[in-house]
Design a protein around this ligand. Structure first.
Ligand code: AMP
Length: 106
């Protein structure tokens, strides 16, 4: 098993800096370093789950928590609509193997 910390775990643990826009006990939200739109946030669970394929039933509350956060974050950014994306696996375009939801809007 790969025990190397992901870049997102390093951000969560403040080993490396990031532009943090929100944080609670379950997740952190940062500005994407390479934004694809005016608003491009990453909602990242503190639990380092590599991909959606690795979710287990015990993660239901955590995933629900992040889903409920999305419209709140969008409103705080003055968005009246937004896109979400979860890249999964190498063939799904995933680069960082620590689940994250992209929130993108203009
Ligand atoms: P994905 O293809 O879904 O794994 O996307 C990973 C995202 O993380 C990309 O949009 C990157 O621009 C973003 N990213 C990578 N490193 C950082 C970082 N240190 N701070 C903020 N965003 C990052």
């Amino acid at each position: 098993m790969n025990t190397e910390k992901t870049i997102f775990s390093k951000i969560i643990e403040r080993d490396i800096p990031a532009d943090i826009v929100y944080e609670d006990d379950k997740c952190i939200v940062i500005n994407d370093i390479n934004p694809k739109a005016r608003v491009h946030l990453l909602v990242i669970p503190k639990k380092p789950i590599p991909t959606l394929f690795d979710l287990s039933p015990e993660d239901k509350d955590l995933m629900g928590h992040m889903m409920l956060l999305l419209p709140q974050l969008a409103q705080a950014q003055k968005l009246d609509g937004f896109k979400t994306q979860i890249n999964t696996g190498e063939s799904g375009g995933q680069e960082v193997f620590h689940i994250h939801i992209h929130l993108i809007g203009e």
